[in-house]
Write a protein that binds this ligand. Structure first.
Ligand code: CU
Length: 114
């Protein structure tokens, strides 16, 4: 009874590092191009809503000339949900934007005024 279980566990342990290496290699090949991930613009705005679980903020931002964006209130994803720790609605923030394949995402976030 015990031996087959151990054999299965050993097989899983033996194969999982390989599987992880393959999948992370694939992700890097398909997503990490410097041109697609570099910060391309900076903006300032007021946080209206923060969905830390989804990694999305609703923000009323000033015009962003680099992107030809007028002032507006919009939803933006953050690249890393950890960026949203310690932020609250109503704060004025500076943020950096990078162009991902299908949309702009926030890559940095700092409080200007609480
Ligand atoms: Cu906008």
């Amino acid at each position: 009874m015990k031996t087959p279980m151990l054999a299965i566990v050993a097989a899983v342990l033996a194969f999982s590092p390989l599987a992880q290496a393959q999948s992370s290699g694939h992700n890097h090949a398909s997503h990490a191009s410097p041109a697609a991930s570099a910060e391309v613009a900076q903006g300032t705005g007021v946080l209206k809503n923060i969905d830390a679980a989804a990694g999305v903020v609703n923000i009323t931002h000033d015009p962003i000339p680099a992107l030809k964006w007028p002032a507006m209130t919009m939803g933006l994803k953050v690249r890393d949900k950890k960026l949203l720790e310690d932020f609250k609605p109503g704060q004025t923030v500076k943020f950096g934007l990078a162009k991902e394949p299908t949309e702009y995402v926030i890559t940095s976030l700092t409080v200007v005024k609480k």
